[in-house]
Design a protein around this ligand. Structure first.
Ligand SMILES: CC(C)(COP(=O)(O)OP(=O)(O)OC[C@H]1O[C@@H](n2cnc3c(N)ncnc32)[C@H](O)[C@@H]1OP(=O)(O)O)[C@@H](O)C(=O)NCCC(=O)NCCS
Length: 152
């Protein structure tokens, strides 16, 4: 399911705090916000492909698809609950996110991940992301996915 600003702060907050507090906290610190403020920011500004189980979020891909200067969408969060990994949920959510981007004529997506995060690198490469070799960092890879949107 895609929520363009329609997931509630409460739903996001519950997922972030119960499933993935350490993971999301990195972004909370980077944004100099409380976790509630960060959930509000995602709820209002991000496009989120999400998976529900028993009414709770168990996975999401969140990124920005509005006011893009270069027609390239930045994906800020990809997370699947630990007990549901390896079942193709991230792949499915990434595909939903790409379809939404294509419907908005967005050309490409990009994200960064830690060089030692094998699961995420494999997941992104399987979904067609390639490592941007121009990006220089000791700890992070930048990966880019071309969406092959035709220009007429
Ligand atoms: C990365 C993450 C989102 C993948 O979610 P997932 O739903 O398990 O991914 P999928 O089931 O769609 O797997 C996609 C591919 O990646 C590979 N993969 C996934 N986890 C892997 C692992 N731990 N080791 C090796 N390969 C792995 C699989 O080979 C799979 O391909 P396959 O179907 O051909 O076997 C999940 O591990 C996660 O939430 N990790 C913690 C948060 C995180 O690190 N997010 C990314 C930050 S940039």
């Amino acid at each position: 399911m895609i929520s363009d600003g329609k997931l509630s702060v409460e739903q996001l907050l519950e997922f972030m705090t119960e499933e993935a507090y350490d993971f999301f906290y990195v972004q909370v610190i980077k944004n100099n916000m409380t976790i509630k403020e960060y959930a509000k920011k995602l709820s209002e500004k991000a496009t989120i492909a999400y998976q529900l189980y028993d009414g709770n979020i168990v996975g999401l891909v969140a990124g920005y698809t509005n006011n893009l200067s270069d027609n390239c969408s930045y994906i800020t969060q990809v997370f699947v609950s630990s007990d549901l990994r390896g079942r193709g949920i991230a792949t499915k959510l990434l595909n939903e996110y790409f379809e939404y981007c294509v419907s908005k004529n967005i050309n490409s997506c990009w994200l960064t991940t830690k060089k030692n995060n094998i699961a995420s690198i494999k997941t992104y490469q399987k979904s067609g992301f390639v490592i941007d070799t121009d990006y220089e960092s000791d700890t992070l890879y930048k990966l880019v996915k071309n969406l092959n949107v035709r220009k007429y």
